[in-house]
Design a protein around this ligand. Structure first.
Ligand SMILES: N[C@@H](CCC(=O)N[C@@H](CS)C(=O)NCC(=O)O)C(=O)O
Length: 216
């Protein structure tokens, strides 16, 4: 058994990013499922808070290191296991990859995270239809800008023909958007890059439905 444990959840976009990165680097790992919904959410248990007081997945335990924040985890993986670098060494490309990845992971994803949607419903009494408008609004805002930026940068993947951190962030965000029935027709580049990425084994093996804790 590998000395590497990923605490995640099949539908967590941030855990999905880390699964893709581990797969791209050919690193084996065990998975521990933290059910984000059952019984109020296992991320809130005292046991999980020992791993991450922020009560969010993923957490990666790699030997004697316990890591949270998917972008920081992937940075650590790039430094520790430099095969298949996800942030290029070239200065300009590196900046571009980081900026685009952050457009997704920092500016789009957190607004639609489970705890934000739950707060809208449970504490602010926002109706389900309005909550879905909130969800779609932030996806559309972020994807419109991303589509424009990718028109300048994309090849087969988001930045040229090399798989990068941007791709690792994009695929889970698109999965999430489709799950919430966002119309993807205004984003043909995002759609075509995502389709190319989803042909790759590392991305296929990371798909939510393929995870041991997937529910049908
Ligand atoms: N910035 C964090 C975000 C982590 C995050 O938002 N995780 C979500 C799943 S994608 C979560 O654990 N949500 C639980 C909750 O909202 O209660 C990262 O990139 O790791």
């Amino acid at each position: 058994m590998p000395d590497r444990i990923l605490y995640g959840y099949w539908r967590s976009s941030a855990a999905y990013r880390v699964r893709i990165a581990l797969n791209l680097k050919g690193l084996e790992y065990q998975q521990r499922s933290i059910h984000l919904v059952k019984a109020g959410g296992e991320q809130h248990t005292a046991a999980f808070q020992q791993l991450n007081p922020n009560q969010l997945v993923p957490v990666l335990v790699d030997g004697d290191m316990t890591l949270n924040q998917s972008l920081a985890i992937i940075d650590y993986l790039d430094e520790t296991y430099p095969q298949q670098l996800l942030t290029p060494t070239d200065r300009e490309q590196r900046y571009l990859v980081k900026a685009l990845a952050q457009d997704i992971a920092i500016d789009i994803h957190p607004l639609n995270n489970l705890r934000v949607l739950q707060y809208l419903s449970n504490s602010l009494d926002v109706a389900d239809t309005d909550k879905m408008r909130w969800y779609a609004h932030w996806i559309e805002h972020g994807f419109s800008a991303l589509e424009q930026r990718l028109s300048q940068t994309h090849g087969r993947y988001c930045v040229g023909d090399q798989v990068s951190l941007v791709d690792v962030c994009l695929v889970p965000q698109v999965y999430n958007a489709k799950r919430f029935n966002v119309d993807m027709s205004p984003y043909p580049i995002i759609e075509s890059v995502t389709a190319s990425l989803n042909h790759l084994d590392a991305f296929q093996q990371a798909m939510p439905e393929k995870q041991p804790d997937a529910e049908r």
